[in-house]
Design a protein around this ligand. Structure first.
Ligand code: ADP
Ligand code: TRP
Length: 327
């Protein structure tokens, strides 16, 4: 039975790009045979988040988001990364067999440099910690978004370096990519990839007036409703496609393409999106309220998850220490 593992950083409120690109897939996988491990990557978030209160709040919010979106603690193990410090030990072992060159080739690191972010050593060695996260649990399958593919490839490389040096200790993981192209790149309010770092995101649980205002901000052009338009040029349709039935979506597209006095304007599309979003996440929003009102329950779920995760990580760590002569 495969072990499926993935992690998500608690570096902001999770948005609908995170939902369709990651959370939804994680939750769906818990129904497949195997063991399912999901953790909140708080050690990783330290590379960008340096406010202790905010960190605590976001870790809790991230856990609640997963539970509200359907993660079932009876089917999947959910824990906080830093509750299993064994991963940092494994990260150290991996760092001693990994060349600088491998890390220098990381796209995410190069992107941050290009954006003039002054890198910490932690940001540079981030892929090593991520490799340790994966290898610490003998993971076989790692569901990730496109942006994390290189990190999983690096994990495969690091497992190889270690095993070649010390014998078979780590299991080589395979990645699993969300196949649907429209799930890989959910557009944000400005049409670029939705991302908390671009400030163009819509929080999963946004609702009411605030959601209406946000949807109103979606960038469109100034062409009037009567003018026939190619739906392909209108990215609001990429967002609508996530929520509407194929028939309803097609109906809107046909009307927009035809133009004329009865054609819907951008405002109509945006308001349809607002209603669809609210409806789609209504149940999750209710569950979130429930967990917010029952914080002890969340603590218990995370503690039980950490116990299970730690037991597994200790076994793997001990195997690795033994192999390199530290035991
Ligand atoms: P952000 O860009 O907001 O900082 P992260 O990089 O923390 O988001 O991404 C967390 C997870 O969500 C990753 O698996 C990533 O692939 C997925 N994800 C993020 N933004 C999008 C998006 N716009 N479309 C699809 N998936 C996304
Ligand atoms: N780096 C991932 C991200 O930013 C989060 C992460 C940390 C992760 N460790 C992991 C994902 C291990 C999969 C497996 O999205």
């Amino acid at each position: 039975m495969p072990t499926v593992l993935s992690g998500i950083q608690p570096s902001g409120l999770l948005h609908i790009g995170n939902y369709f690109g990651a959370i939804r897939q994680h939750v769906a996988l818990q129904e497949e045979p195997g063991e399912h491990f999901y953790f909140i990557a708080d050690y990783h978030s330290l590379t960008t988040l340096r406010d202790a209160d905010r960190m605590r709040e976001l870790v809790r919010e991230t856990a609640i988001t997963y539970l509200a979106c359907g993660l079932d603690p009876d089917k999947a193990v959910l824990w906080r990364q830093s509750d299993v410090p064994e991963v940092t030990e494994i990260a150290w072992l991996l760092s001693t067999v990994t060349g600088m060159g491998l890390l220098e080739r990381a796209h995410s690191f190069k992107d941050k440099l290009a954006n003039k972010i002054k890198p910490s050593v932690g940001l540079f060695t981030y892929p090593i910690l991520m490799a340790a996260d994966i290898l610490a649990y003998d993971s076989n399958v790692v569901p990730v978004g496109k942006d994390q593919v290189q990190h999983v490839e690096m994990t495969q490389d690091m497992a190889g370096y270690f095993n070649n040096t010390y014998g078979d200790v780590f299991v080589r993981p395979e990645m699993r990519l969300e196949k649907a192209a429209n799930m890989q790149k959910v557009p944000g309010l400005d049409g670029q990839k939705m991302s908390k770092s671009y400030g163009n995101d819509i929080w999963i649980f946004e609702s009411g007036k605030k959601l209406k205002k946000l949807c109103g901000k979606i960038v469109t052009d100034s062409r009037p409703p009567e003018e026939p338009k190619d739906p392909k040029d209108i990215f609001v349709f990429d967002l609508l496609a996530l929520f509407l039935s194929a028939d309803e979506l097609q109906d809107w597209k046909t009307k927009v393409a035809a133009g004329g006095p009865d054609a819907p304007g951008y405002g109509h599309l945006k308001m349809r999106l607002k209603d669809a979003l609210e409806e789609y996440f209504a149940e999750a929003r209710e569950k979130r309220e429930y967990y917010l009102a029952n914080p002890k329950m969340v603590d218990e779920i995370l503690a039980a998850g950490a116990d299970k995760a730690r037991a597994r990580a200790r076994e793997v760590r001990d195997r690795a220490l033994l192999a390199c002569g530290l035991r």
